[in-house]
Design a protein around this ligand. Structure first.
Ligand code: TPP
Length: 584
């Protein structure tokens, strides 16, 4: 076997094995050292290859596809700083448990640490943010390399895709010449459909004794809550709802729990808990004895504060596999069990004797808060009401991608229960304002329609990501809230204390005309100034192919005053006319 044949067989076996394991998408960024991987993926028809010139955007695009399809996505880049640009998305993938396969091309060992061009230390480049790292051998001139290569490809896929999911890095040293020869016989067999490595994994569940002991603890309590943070497991969601219904418990649902949207009984689903818990007095009114939490910690800050203020609340956190996601140091019981099996296990026990009024009181509080939060007849554009107009018009069976900062907070507050089937996604692993557009576009690669809501700094951060709409005709409606800077900081104490350099350090106005950006990528741009024209622009965007950007200009100070008035009104309603479950 000569060099080119062994290189070709080495890389084709790797790519073929990834496909056999389930890989369907790869994002390739251009470069020379990655030639064997790039050319092989391009030639391999069963894995769709996407080209993205900016590695930072490429990795977030991959993350978006993986979130939407729930399967691992591969990334290919050349040696050098190209690989370093994947880092932010790898970190997000780690914390939000999304599987990625990072395939970095590298110089062969004799060109490492000797000042060779475009050669950096790529060994364990991503530290603890990848679940697994392997530095591949150089292709060998032997027939035995096939099992080695397939074994590593299968392991990479399986490790990334097993809970808790995350990225893995496989580093490929390649010696020149780098061009593979696809005219060789028996290079791959796309119909083989057997992976080199089969993994059988059972779901975790508590033992019968553990479930009985836990159930006994609930028998001593009166007021319980089920809390569902960001999570994607649809099977579990059904069972969580069944448990809430069976035990007549309020179900506090984060917008990313996917429990606020869909055609099912949502009578126990409390969506306005963030608004209810804004004030200390109202937090006391609704204090529970225990909380069972599924998914990650919810977006809501008042919820977190509430737990912090009440260390006596018994806190149970259900984790599918492992990990300790309890950010406030509340004494907790962590339950390692499949959420679906765990709920089924609890339901088989008799319903505990909980407070009969508890659920009703929460429902009452929820409808009081919702009434205040409902959009008004005013035509003035406000950041909160945008969410309600989107919810009204967004097409059924579509995806709503939400940026960080105020966008996700406003969605938490103003996205109410709906029978529409809307998947709400966000990068809440590390809460970055980077890569949001690319992630949404990744989600758009396999969805009918994606609507993205984000702020101007977030939009600015990932303008390069927009290239993917133009290259691949991806349909996306971007609602850009332009408050000329970081609106979230206006809610911080320094905004109210008139600190020096506030605008320079926190407000950071950019005074940019984003219509030029949209024009660069040949999108449709609208800038409505009232709700009537916003609704028309939104409707039009859903009839339009490709990129539509609807920019809404708002004012940061007005935005704070508008929100604070809502919180104040809710608090005075709840503290005034309403008794609350803990007042008796
Ligand atoms: C990559 C990254 N850099 C900085 C931050 C800190 N940060 C959080 S919110 C924010 C401002 C975001 O502004 P914008 O996207 O316009 O949204 P708004 O606050 O106006 O809702 C910044 C800079 C971050 N989360 N991620």
């Amino acid at each position: 076997m000569n060099h080119t044949e062994s290189l070709t067989r080495f890389v084709t076996s790797f790519v073929d094995e990834l496909y056999q394991n389930g890989l369907r998408d790869v994002i390739i960024s251009p470069g020379s050292r990655s030639t064997p991987l790039a050319m092989t993926f391009a030639a391999y028809r069963s894995v769709k290859h996407w080209i993205n010139m900016d590695e930072r955007s490429a990795a977030f695009f991959a993350l978006g596809i993986a979130k939407q399809t729930k399967r691992p996505v591969a990334l290919v880049c050349t040696s050098g700083t190209a690989a370093a640009n994947y880092y932010p998305a790898i970190i997000e993938a780690f914390y939000s448990r999304v599987p990625l396969l990072i395939l970095t091309a590298d110089r062969p060992h004799e060109l490492r640490d000797v000042g060779a061009p475009q050669a950096i230390n790529q060994i364990h480049l991503y530290g603890d943010y990848v679940k697994w790292f392997h530095d591949m051998s150089l292709p060998e001139l032997t027939d035995q390399q096939g099992n080695y290569v397939r074994g590593k490809a299968a392991a990479a896929y399986k490790i990334a895709n097993t809970a808790n999911r995350a990225a893995v890095q496989v580093n490929f040293p390649f010696r020149e010449p780098l061009v593979p020869d696809f005219s060789l016989d028996n290079l791959w067999d796309e119909n083989k459909e057997t992976a080199h490595l089969e993994v059988k994994q059972g779901k975790k569940q508590l033992s019968a004794e553990q479930l009985i002991a836990l159930h006994k603890q609930f028998l001593t309590k009166q007021k319980g809550l089920i809390v569902c943070g960001p999570m994607e497991d649809q099977q579990a969601q059904k069972e969580i709802i069944a448990l809430a219904n069976a035990w007549q418990l309020p179900l506090l649902a984060d917008p990313l729990s996917q429990l606020r949207s869909g055609d099912y009984d949502k009578s126990n689903v409390i969506e306005s808990y963030d608004a209810i818990l804004k004030h200390k007095q109202t937090r006391d009114l609704f204090r529970p004895d225990f909380v069972i939490r599924f998914g990650a910690q919810p977006v809501s800050k008042p919820y977190t504060l509430w737990l912090k203020e009440n260390p006596q609340i018994d806190h149970y956190v259900v984790e599918e596999a492992e990990g300790y996601r309890e950010p406030i140091g509340h004494q907790s019981t962590v339950i390692y069990a499949d959420p679906q099996l765990f709920c089924q296990g609890l339901i088989t026990n008799p319903v505990p004797y909980f407070d009969q009024n508890w659920l009703k009181e929460w429902q009452k509080g929820n409808s009081i808060a919702k009434k205040v939060l409902q959009k008004s007849a005013s035509q003035v554009i406000t950041e909160g009401d945008v969410v309600q107009y989107i919810e009204e018009i967004i097409p059924n069976n579509s995806t709503f991608f939400v940026g960080n900062s105020m966008a996700i907070r406003d969605v938490d507050t103003f996205w109410f229960n709906t029978d529409k089937q809307i998947r709400i996604l966000a990068n809440r692993g590390a809460n970055g304002i980077d890569g949001v557009t690319s992630s949404a576009l990744g989600a758009a690669s396999s969805a009918e329609r994606v609507t993205l809501l984000l702020g101007d700094l977030s939009f600015f951060h990932d303008q390069n990501g927009l290239l993917m709409t133009k290259r691949y005709s991806l349909n996306i409606t971007i609602v850009l809230i332009n408050n000329n800077g970081g609106g979230i900081f206006s809610f911080l104490p320094q905004a109210k204390q008139d600190v020096p350099h506030y605008e320079e350090l926190f407000g950071t106005p950019m005074d940019l005309d984003f219509s030029h950006v949209v024009e660069l990528y040949e999108g449709l741009y609208e800038s409505p100034t009232d709700w009537q024209t916003f609704k028309l622009a939104l409707e039009k965007s859903y009839q339009t192919e490709g990129l539509s950007v609807i920019e809404l200009k708002t004012d940061r100070s007005d935005n704070v005053a508008w929100h604070e008035e809502k919180w104040q009104t809710i608090a005075s309603h709840l503290e005034g006319e309403y008794d609350g479950p803990n007042r008796k």
